[in-house]
Design a protein around this ligand. Structure first.
Ligand SMILES: [Zn+2]
Length: 117
């Protein structure tokens, strides 16, 4: 990581290091330990998490407002605790990001209850 230890939001694009720092901060709060954090071009979703703890985020998130970025980050990290979108998932989302439902709506996230991503 770039070493300054803070998540600075500049005009425009967030750096990769700042994005990863932000993911690490959320991971500590949520008490999960992602093994790897990847940022790549993704066509149909904002992020995914594999069962072995590897997180992938859509590179477009670097261009987005912090609140949306936070929503996607928290969503994936909570999946490391709860693999579905059931009651427990929702209550954790409310605990960490009380406005997550409207953010999800604005992002156009379409997920079935059975989806794990
Ligand atoms: Zn999900």
């Amino acid at each position: 990581m770039a070493g300054n230890g803070t998540v600075a939001e500049r005009n425009g694009r967030l750096s990769l290091a700042d994005f990863k720092a932000s993911v690490s901060e959320w991971a500590q709060r949520i008490e999960v330990q992602p093994k790897e954090i990847h940022i790549r071009q993704m066509r149909n979703k904002w992020a995914s998490v594999s069962t072995n703890g590897r997180l992938s985020f859509n590179a477009e998130l670097l261009e987005m407002e912090k609140r949306y970025r936070d929503y996607v980050i928290v969503h994936e990290l909570v999946h490391m605790k709860v693999p579905n979108h059931g009651k427990l998932f929702k209550s954790l989302m409310f605990a960490f990001l009380p406005k997550w439902e409207s953010l999800a709506g604005q992002l156009g996230v379409r997920e079935s209850a059975a989806s794990s991503a």
